[in-house]
Design a protein around this ligand. Structure first.
Ligand code: PLP
Length: 397
């Protein structure tokens, strides 16, 4: 082959989640869509807040095409970056300014940019804490570094600090955290973040290195029961925030988000320049002009998070009543459920026999569990309980 083996492999093999979703579509054509219970994807099921469409309509009427659709600055429009800084300062009591932000095409681009900006040697390592979003491995490795995995704290889905401490080495460039978490639905408490900050500060001193916390936060606003998501830059200076509007504004197809480089981060000016350089090298420049302008009018808005809360409650009550062991999600829109056999892949195959499509957590680095995405129609959750019951009964025989 003349092409890169690695890129060929990535492009020719669909992710297990996508594979399952495609299978669901095929099954729907055979047994009818109402008889397939597809809990595979994390595609927001609630509409974008009304302000999004209203602003788009207004902008297309008020602005000429060239100003609306032209390139912005590579790092994003100054007005949008200032507005994001003001919003965060008002909400979290921070003191950011527009030049702390680099606009991107969503969290996937933000993460890739951070890994590329920080990686300076083939030996560099980034640590992911299980269970973790499987694309981290793709992004880290594609940008020339290694991914090190810390096993899950399956009790509370916070951080297994003993294992994390062992995993940190002189090669550690960053720790990726994702709270609210895909796939567990856990939110890291302030205690967890304080402990993490203390550990990283200690390790930085021990090795004489800089260790960055990369906070992947596409689900920040999707939380239930008043749970708070600590703002990580307030606890640890070397933090980069990878944010996305995909989930909060239900805009995953529009590709808009940012990287935040705080002033307090080590050599912040060089770090910001490296972020901009990585954006340039990867082709992540001039994020969508239209959506940068939409953000100006929709700052702090979200879709109807309570609709996800209702789905969570329905699913949690239904599954625990049958007998499944579930972690009650505090945020995001995924439920983490113990498989009824050790091999979660085999369990998911048996679930497929009932046309129940749930994702094995083997790919999330947490064997023995499955992820159920409940960003779906509530009626489908209700209709699926019979299938969940039949699946449970098979294991009790
Ligand atoms: N990080 C996590 C944990 C996710 O779940 C996702 C998408 O599902 C992403 C990053 C990528 O999001 P985006 O659409 O902003 O690229």
């Amino acid at each position: 082959m003349v092409v890169s083996d690695k890129m060929y492999e990535l492009g020719s093999k669909r992710s297990a989640i996508r594979e399952l979703f495609e299978y669901g579509k095929q099954r729907a054509a055979v047994v009818g869509p109402e008889n397939v219970y597809d809990f595979s994807l994390g595609n927001p099921s609630i509409p974008a807040p009304e302000c999004v469409n209203e602003t788009i309509r207004r902008l297309t009427l008020e602005l000429d095409s060239v100003s609306l659709h032209g390139y912005t600055s590579a790092q994003g429009d100054a007005a949008t970056r200032e507005a994001i800084a003001d919003y965060l300062n008002r909400t979290y009591g921070t003191s950011f300014h527009g030049d702390n932000f680099y606009m991107t095409m969503g969290a996937a681009a933000s993460l890739s940019i951070c890994f590329r900006a920080l990686t300076s040697s083939r030996e560099d390592e980034f640590i992911a804490i299980a269970p973790f979003f499987p694309e981290y491995r793709v992004f880290v490795e594609a940008n020339g570094a290694k991914l090190v995995v810390v096993p899950a704290d399956t009790e509370n889905f916070q951080i297994n600090f003993e294992a994390l401490e062992k995993a940190i080495s002189i090669h550690t460039k960053g720790i990726i955290i994702n709270s609210p978490n895909n796939p567990s639905g856990a939110v890291y408490s302030a205690d967890t973040i304080v402990r993490l900050a203390q550990l990283l500060s200690k390790k930085q001193e021990e090795y004489g290195t800089q260790i960055f916390l990369i906070a992947d936060e596409p689900y920040r606003e999707i939380v239930y029961d008043g749970v708070e998501v600590p703002y990580v830059t307030k606890y640890y200076d070397n933090t980069l925030v990878c944010y996305s509007y995909s989930k909060s504004l239900s805009l995953p197809g529009e590709r808009i988000g940012y990287v935040l480089v705080p002033d307090e981060a080590y050599e912040n000016k060089q770090l910001y320049a490296a972020v901009a350089g990585a954006g340039r090298a990867l082709g992540y420049v001039c994020a969508s002009s239209l959506f940068q302008k939409v953000l100006l009018d929709c700052m702090g808005e979200t879709g109807d998070v309570d609709a996800y809360r209702k789905n969570r409650d329905l699913l949690y009550e239904g599954l625990t009543k049958i007998g499944y062991e579930c972690f009650k999600p505090q945020g995001a829109f995924y439920m983490f459920v113990k498989a009824l056999e050790e091999d979660a892949d085999a369990f998911c195959e048996r679930a497929k026999e009932e046309d129940l499509l749930v994702v094995s957590a083997n790919g999330f680095g947490c064997p023995g569990y499955v992820r159920i995405s409940y960003c779906v129609d509530g009626d489908m959750i209700q209709r699926s309980f019979g299938a969940f019951e039949r699946l449970y009964a098979k294991y009790r025989k």
